[in-house]
Design a protein around this ligand. Structure first.
Ligand SMILES: Cc1cc2nc3c(=O)[nH]c(=O)nc-3n(C[C@H](O)[C@H](O)[C@H](O)COP(=O)(O)OP(=O)(O)OC[C@H]3O[C@@H](n4cnc5c(N)ncnc54)[C@H](O)[C@@H]3O)c2cc1C
Ligand code: SF4
Length: 539
């Protein structure tokens, strides 16, 4: 056990975000450098080394969390890095980007703040990389068999790394010009700098994985031919079919899908473009939708110097802490203050006092460096949002630009260009029936749709060329071992699971690699943390 009294004597301390006034002017990561390192061992010491570690069960990778907490507390960082990589190919990605269902399930979260598991994870990974301890691990011997992986998001990368290390000649085919999937062109630099991705790709190349970019399988290469040229095929093409909002005015110029907008901003960051071809600069922006994608659109629009941003979320505002119908150890839906929302509140309080020109924001200092809201016994309180039927109000971090329970009804425009969005309340007070709510309008010269993804592209030539079946929910059908009906063809990641998380994509890639190895070799020693049917814990 790390420290028998740690959970009693040490409070939770999280990594500080850089001041809003500084970070909203650049594309660097929102967090300060390594400020947690001097205290991370103490934080790991809060772990109780539970007999039944629910943190471990909540993680689809089966991360050995109590083990690394103990090793970090006792300063054995090298062993901690070994234990971390034993279950996770890319802890530096999940340590930065995972919503951490493990922390929601931490036993401490029953009545206190959970262990900062995610930050212990990223501290171990970053320290190992900075000391040159993360080295290529080429296979001791080659099997003489080859596998093609289609798609280079976290699922494809994890599957490819596992199979390469098991001795297969692995080629990853990617239709984009660079490797990484949504880690590359979806998630902005201010949430994870691309250098973390690039150094992993370099490690994979050094291990022997081949990458072929700019090649859409099904179009540039026939998928059936590819299957014939390799001993097995692993499809990890993601769930890239975005949801539409077919409302009056949708054809107006200035309305874009989030995944039309975010990749362009990412390309400006990397130097491919001098300026974004879709920009929020000087515009009133409306983001329709909630979740990570909407928050990424918000942070991007702020950095492009949008005039104002409003976010319309059809769902009622979640509670600030667990509701009784989402008890521990479930990962609950709570009102979270993302870094982007913190930035918006701060900037708009300074600039307007209230988003969308509505009165009502109160004062108070913005929460520079405030921790994420913790979905357990503690954490930062949420700020007051706007309800669809009310005006704007603010909290200590400034106004919340989110309008909850807002159902968009049309896009308004003139001369072919969008000029505003009209919405009504989708729910009454406390999430009840809406009543006869009046229409409300917000100005917009740019509208971003962040409504989630329906699954892989159903009209993809892959479907016909490989004879794939679609599951009722629109994903590529597969059995519990990731195998499609087509001999030697497997599916991993969002393409089979539907829109999910990076940690699930990595778990899928690892498990699908084990299934491919068993198919080709008759048995496997590769770990398979999940089956294709496993789902997060819900009631
Ligand atoms: C904006 C945004 C932010 C997100 N933020 C988070 C977050 O903070 N935390 C989190 O856990 N999850 C987040 N997610 C979800 C997460 O990114 C995905 O669940 C994860 O990337 C899925 O991995 P994947 O490998 O299955 O697919 P993807 O990452 O989508 O990769 C699929 C790859 O396949 C390629 N491809 C598709 N078709 C073909 C073809 N025919 N031939 C060759 N290549 C092809 C695509 O170009 C793509 O590179 C976010 C998603 C979005 C959109
Ligand atoms: S549930 Fe929390 S306290 Fe228990 S072992 Fe996991 S991290 Fe430690």
């Amino acid at each position: 056990m790390p420290d028998p009294k740690g959970f009693l004597t040490t409070g939770r301390q999280t990594r500080r975000r850089r001041p809003v006034s500084e970070r909203a002017q650049d594309w660097g990561e929102v967090y300060e450098g390594h400020p947690l390192l001097p205290v991370v061992s103490l934080q790991a010491g809060r772990c109780m080394d539970c007999g039944l570690p629910f943190c471990h069960n909540a993680c689809p990778l089966g991360n050995l969390i109590p083990e690394w907490n103990d090793l970090v507390f006792h300063q054995d960082w090298e062993a901690a890095a070994e234990r971390l990589h034993a279950t996770n190919n890319f802890p530096e990605f999940t340590g930065r980007l995972c919503p951490a269902p493990c922390e929601s399930s931490c036993v401490l979260a029953i009545n206190a703040d959970p262990v900062t598991i995610k930050e212990v994870e990223v501290a171990i990974a970053d320290r190992a990389w900075s000391r040159g301890e993360v080295r290529p691990e080429p296979a001791p011997r080659a099997t003489g068999r080859s596998v093609a992986v289609v798609g280079s998001g976290p699922a494809g990368l994890a599957g490819a790394q596992q199979l390469t290390r098991a001795g297969y000649a692995v080629t990853v085919y990617e239709r984009a010009d660079r490797v990484g999937g949504l880690l590359r062109y979806g998630i902005p630099d201010f949430r994870m700098a691309k250098r973390y991705l690039d150094r992993r790709i370099a490690q994979m190349r050094a291990e022997g994985t081949r990458f072929v970019t700019g090649t859409a399988v099904g179009t540039a290469v026939d998928a059936g031919d590819l299957r014939a040229r390799h001993d097995a095929l692993l499809l990890a093409v993601g769930a890239t079919a975005w949801r539409e909002l077919a409302l009056p005015g949708r054809a107006l110029a200035g309305i874009h899908q989030a995944m039309e907008y975010l990749p362009i901003a990412n390309r400006v960051c990397v130097g491919d473009l001098d300026a974004p071809t879709i920009s929020a600069e000087g515009k009133d922006v409306v983001i329709v939708g909630g979740g990570d994608t909407a928050a990424d659109c918000l942070g991007t629009a702020l950095r492009q110097h949008a005039r104002r941003v409003t976010q319309l979320d059809i769902h009622p505002q979640p509670p600030d802490t667990r509701s009784p119908d989402q008890p521990w150890p479930i990962h609950p839906k709570v009102h979270r203050l993302t870094a982007s929302h913190e930035e918006a509140g701060h900037l708009y309080r300074e600039q307007y006092g209230c988003p969308a020109g509505r009165p009502g924001a109160d004062g108070g200092e913005a929460g520079d460096g405030a921790p994420d809201a913790v979905p357990g016994g503690g954490g930062a309180p949420g700020r007051e949002p706007r309800a669809a039927t009310g005006g704007c109000s603010g909290g200590p971090d400034g106004p919340d630009i989110r309008t909850y329970a807002a159902r968009t009804v049309r896009f308004d425009g003139a001369e072919g260009q969008v000029s505003g969005v009209t919405f009504v309340a989708s729910a009454g007070p406390a999430g009840g029936p809406p009543g006869a709510a009046a229409e409300q309008a917000v100005p917009a010269q740019l509208v971003l749709l962040a409504l989630g993804f329906a699954g892989p592209e159903r009209d993809s030539p892959l479907v016909g060329q490989l004879g794939l079946e679609l599951a009722p929910q629109g994903t590529f059908a597969r059995d519990v071992d990731f195998a499609t009906g087509r001999d030697g063809v497997f599916v991993a990641g969002d393409a089979g699971r539907g829109q999910s998380l990076i940690v699930w994509a990595i778990a899928e890639g690892r498990s699908a690699a084990a299934a491919v190895d068993r198919y080709l070799a008759g048995s496997t020693a590769l770990p398979a943390p999940i089956r294709a049917t496993h789902r997060p814990l819900v009631l």
